[in-house]
Ligand binder design. Sequence first.
Ligand code: F3S
Length: 769
Amino acid sequence: RSLATAVAYPSNILGVDYNKQITVLDTLKRQSQRPLTLTEKLLYSHLIVRGDGEWDLERIDRGKTILELRPDRIACHDATATMALLQFISAGLPRVRTPTTVHSDHLIISEKGAKEDMQRATLEHAEVYDFLSSASKKYGIGFWKPGSGIIHTVIFENYGMPGGLIIGTDSHTPNAGGLGMLGIGVGGADAVDAMSGMPWELVAPKVIGVNLTGQLQGWASTKDIICKLAGILTVSGGKGSVIEFFGPGTQTLGATAMATICNMSAEVGSTSCIFPHSPAMDRYLVATKREHVARAANQVRDVLLTADEGSHQYYDRIIDIDLSSLEPHINGPFTPDLAHPVSEFKSAVAERDWPLDLSHAMVGSCTNSSYEDLDKCRQLVRQAKAAGVPKFKVPFLLTPGSEQIRATTEADGILDELRDAGAVILSSSCGPCVGSWDRKDVDVKGKEKNSVISSFNRNFIGRHDSNPATHSFVTSPEIVTAFAYSGRLDFNPITDKVSGPESQFKLEPPVGQELPFNFEPGLETFQEPPSDGSSLSVNIDPKSDRLQLLKPFLKWQPGCAKDMEILFKVSGKCTTDHISPAGPWYKYRGHLENISNNMLTTATNAFLPNDPQMLGHTKSPVTGNLGVVPDIARELQAQGIRWCIIGDNNYGEGSSREHAALEPRFLGGTAIVARSFARIHETNLKKQGMLPLTFNDPADYDRILEGDRISLLGVEEGELQPGKPVTMSVRTRNGSTWAAQLNHSFHQGQLAWLRAGSALNYIKARSAS
Ligand code: F3S
């Protein structure tokens, strides 16, 4: 195919430009004719190409090469959007440069039901919603108000575009893969880069091919495909990889069913998950009134939306799953990769000390609240009613994924039938799935042991209710509903009968309708941004303790890396959760000054006794007084004393939370010297104008002692160069000195961030010039 013919492809549909994507692929294929996997097509067609030959397919090293990409779309939810928007504001740009939406789904607390819970949220989070709404208007961002639904469902219903690339500040962004769109979860700092029009960087992922054959039977559903896969891959087996499905089985699944798999692919730590184009995607797009998208996708189906013939040899690993013999799975407790086929679950329950009586059954979330899912629940309710059992045996909660699905299932009578059986319909938001659940039926603070079963995706300790004794099991909505009639964990709907008042009966596997005859839009909950927001202002109460405008960090100060005190020497694991813990700090995520009071408060200090009481403490290098890390950091900052942190292995692993990089910078830190860094955190530190450096000889970490002072040589402007090591000179308490080599991974562009004081300062200066 020549470039001339490629010009005929559709462009600018929902922000996706097929023409450009295919042109980029053509450019790459000039150097190598090898067949491409679907993952490669979708990623590489979003590469930023500045000139011929910049990217060579043969030289892209999976797991190593950093790709510079141009996402088509960005989405943030309300728990991450506050800091992302505050950062964007400080970049000084008039408007986002990539289509962006903000979704109000995480903050709503579930307690009584949709109406009351929405009223409570509107009161409790008024200032946050007001800020998100006003900032979205001003900067050209689409704002989905509280009640609109859960970020991934709303994206699927409105922005899902086969072949597109979306990044979202939530790990379940791969949900979009059910429509053949590559979705990748990122931290707020990455989202801000893309909003500002900067390249978005991603290490080229490996590709795990999953070959689906056969067809699902009986009680088995797509949830079981990912539950089985989680058992095979474990929670980290997908790390650094995109899971790419192929094989005839892919053509037998509905779009929302494929979305369930892609959504939960985050539970194996994968970068993303993708399905090839299928007629089910067309059906879904047409049903959601996007025929034009379906038509455009069909034009590029072979060239862009399916893997090239012969590309399977380029998968890093292939896993085969026969759908015809797949059993329903129930995974948990405490981890989604503890997979139990339903035939083995009862014996697992008998062997373990899991609470036998279920305290709650929960259906919905972004993972499993499609029309087909909820219709299957209804089918089971009808069967039970016909057998003389009108009510569930345990409390049953349902979170619709969106206002559209709520309105549609309401109009079709599904919600009423579930209500009659005892279901409480919660607001269309995350609720119990993310711990926004004010439950009163068990003593959460007293850590009362109990079991819950849900169709959500995650079941880590305390995930739903902060109670470490809640045993949470993950399965499909139909299995949850069946268990709600049993009320007990030692139940197998395939073999066991449910007891009714007069007799016992067996539930039959439900068959749900894939799509409704008509999708009801429901209430209008979307705020479209005006085309020019320049005269608008952003609402932040200066007295707020939850929101605070960011002040730009000072640009690099010559000499700031000389004679630094050591604020803290980390011992062992130090994730971003140790650097900036969540829990009660969640509400301060839009207020850097307040949230900085959590810095390193759960980390272990190598200079102090290994005692839980000492976590997050340090001795002031000036006075010798013991205090919590942020207090000592503020003391040093107030006296103009420079400081650094010494890190251990893989410093900053875990979530990509940018607060973990913002806080040390805000409190006056200059550098973090570690044995090694987690890649995303290392980049986040660079973005905030910090110096992340690694010991060339990791054993030098042990030589750093309390009272040492550190000077970094070769870090001033003109001295620090990509690939050129830095010298660390250490003056010990007794006056002796020693030196060691440190390494860094700054490239030229990132050095500009360091000199400007932060990446945002750099963008601001560049856009002003
Ligand atoms: Fe929300 Fe749970 Fe999905 S937290 S975004 S409903 S995974």
